[in-house]
Each structure stands twice: as structure tokens, then as C-alpha cells.
Unconditional design. Structure first.
Length: 318
């Protein structure tokens, strides 16, 4: 990961914009810090929007506020704006985990501090099972589903109970098949690209041969298949429906997913005592405690209340 911080005074200058663009193309930083841009809010928003779109970057939203600067005036002269922000390249999100930006109030300056925290991926987090459309591209998937559904016939219980058991059994089979047979498409892509690089190096050193040509054709077809699966994966997760199948918009799909995840992410909660909880484990424990308490039956004797209610109901059968 590469971080670059630049005090680029006067970013609204076309020359400074060109310098910034050239620097990004050359250095390709993962995270970029820009200070003292000397742009007003309107110009800065236009530059930021165009800059983010052009360079496929993601604006990390603040978890605890909308403004990072104030002119500290009162009444109609008061101005507040979000002048400071974190921008990350969308490929950084392949690291997994989550990026959380927060504003830290401080006296003595019109600019408040901003903090970026990266929480690495937690392998212990239980994720819900979701059907992946890209599984349909595998020639043996439909046969797996059909045979698994027909062979497993639970005994006993209601029709709905047996149906739920069949679904649960099918889910387990698909998860196992996905891990052992279908595999991770990103690891497969990396392995195929490495294999293609090895073959190309043999072309350079040994020359063309019929065997190498066949190997190249096989790996190339596998690379194209995996690329199509990746596009299907990101399109499904992005929930974009207006683009036709086959359009090469993998990067657009991926950026849409990242932005949705950052917008829908719960970064912190406040418990009943007003204390702020930011860790994933702490929030999970607080949610469980709250809902257990909400749905727990009190120790009050409810028999008298039930008897009083039954007195008003006429007895039909004696």
C-alpha cells in the first residue's frame, strides 16, 4: 500500500490539476492526502467529483458528521463545508475489511482533524448464504442441484418442515461444492495469468511450437471464462439492472458495490447509557443484549390478568 500527502496550494489552477493527474498516473498511490487546496466549496466539489470519476476513486464518507471546516462566525455569516476528505482507489478494497473515516473535533483551528481507520477482514464473521449467478456458468452446477434435491428426502414433520430441511441440506452441498470444485475466481485468475506468462516466456526463449500453441489457447479460453464470471459476480452484487449482459463494465460494477457498502455500513452505535461502541464484537454483543431484553418475558405474575380477561368472554361450552 502506498500513501501520498501533497500540500497543493491552488488546486483550481489547470496546471496544478494536470500535475496532479500526471503524478497519480506515475505513482499510482492507494491513498492520497491533499492539503491547502485554496478552493472555495463550489469549485472544490466540482473538481472532486470529476477527479473521483476520472481516476476511479472512492470517497470515504465520514461516520460521525458532514462538515470538516467552519469559519467560526455566527448567524447568516456562518459557513461550514466538507473541505477535507479521504479518497482511495477502488482496487484497495480488494484487501477486504472496511475503511471508516471519522471527524475529530479540536479547538484552535477552523479545520477539524479527520481519521481513517482500516479494519482488516475478520474470518470469524458469519456471512449469510447467497446464490451466485456465476455458478450457472459451471457445466456441473445444475446437475448438482437436481441430484441433491431428489436424493435427500427427510422423514417426519410437516411439509414446510421437510421443505426447509431440503433447502438447508442443498445449501450445505452448494457451499462445499463452491469451496472444493468451483473455487475462488480471483485466485484462479492469478494462477491462469501466471501460467500464460510462463508460456509467453517459452515462446520468447524457445520459439513457437504446436504444443505451446495448444496450451496457450486452452489457458486463454479459461482466462476469458473467468473474466466473464468476474463480471457476472460484480454485476449481481452491484444490483445494476439497466446494463445488458456481456458489456465490459466490471470496474463500474465494482465501484458501485464499494460505494453501497460504505453508505450502508454501521460504524458505531450508542448503548442505553449513551456510550459509543465501535468494535464489531462490541456492537454484536449490544444488539444481542438489547433484543434479548426486549423479547424477554417479565417476572410479573400474569395469571390474574388472564383470569380477568377471561371473565369478559362468554362461555359457549361448559
Amino acid at each position: 500500500m502506498k500513501l501520498i500527502s501533497w500540500n497543493i496550494r491552488g488546486l483550481n489552477s489547470p496546471r496544478k490539476g494536470k500535475l496532479l493527474k500526471n503524478m497519480l498516473m506515475q505513482e499510482k498511490p492507494s491513498i492520497l492526502f491533499l492539503q491547502e487546496t485554496k478552493c472555495n466549496a463550489t469549485i472544490l466539489e466540482k473538481i472532486a467529483a470529476k477527479f473521483i470519476q476520472t481516476n476511479w476513486m472512492v470517497d470515504v464518507p465520514s461516520s460521525n458528521g458532514n462538515f470538516t471546516w467552519s469559519n467560526k462566525r455566527e448567524g447568516s455569516h456562518h459557513i461550514a463545508s466538507r473541505l477535507d476528505r479521504f479518497l482511495i482507489l477502488d482496487n484497495v478494497t480488494h484487501l477486504g475489511g472496511e475503511f471508516i473515516a471519522s471527524i475529530l473535533p479540536i479547538s484552535g483551528s477552523g479545520h477539524w482533524l479527520i481519521k481513517l481507520r482500516w479494519n482488516g477482514p475478520d474470518s470469524n464473521i458469519r456471512r449469510p448464504f447467497r446464490f451466485e449467478e456465476l455458478w450457472l456458468t459451471h457445466p456441473g452446477f445444475e446437475e448438482l442441484v437436481s441430484s441433491t434435491w431428489l436424493k435427500f428426502n427427510p422423514i417426519g414433520g410437516t411439509n414446510m418442515s421437510r421443505f426447509q430441511q431440503k433447502l438447508k441440506h442443498l445449501k450445505g452441498k452448494i457451499k462445499k461444492w463452491n469451496h472444493n470444485t468451483f473455487g475462488n475466481i480471483f485466485k484462479a485468475q492469478a494462477s491462469l495469468n501466471l501460467g500464460m506468462k510462463t508460456i509467453q516466456q517459452k515462446f520468447i526463449t524457445e520459439g513457437c511450437s504446436e504444443e505451446l500453441t495448444k496450451q496457450e489457447q486452452i489457458i486463454e479460453s479459461q482466462i476469458l471464462e473467468r473474466a466473464k464470471q468476474e463480471e457476472t459476480l460484480w454485476r449481481q452484487k452491484s444490483r445494476i439492472k439497466w446494463l445488458k449482459d456481456g458489456e465490459n463494465n466490471t470496474k463500474l460494477f465494482h465501484k458501485t458495490i464499494v460505494q453501497c457498502r460504505m453508505s450502508n455500513n454501521i460504524t458505531h452505535i450508542n448503548n442505553e447509557q449513551g456510550n459509543r461502541i465501535e468494535t464489531h464484537k462490541g456492537m454484536e454483543e449490544e444488539f444481542l443484549r438489547y433484543f434479548k431484553k426486549a423479547h424477554q418475558e417479565s417476572n410479573v405474575d400474569i395469571i390474574p390478568a388472564i383470569n380477568k380477561l377471561l371473565q369478559d368472554i362468554p362461555k359457549i361450552i361448559t
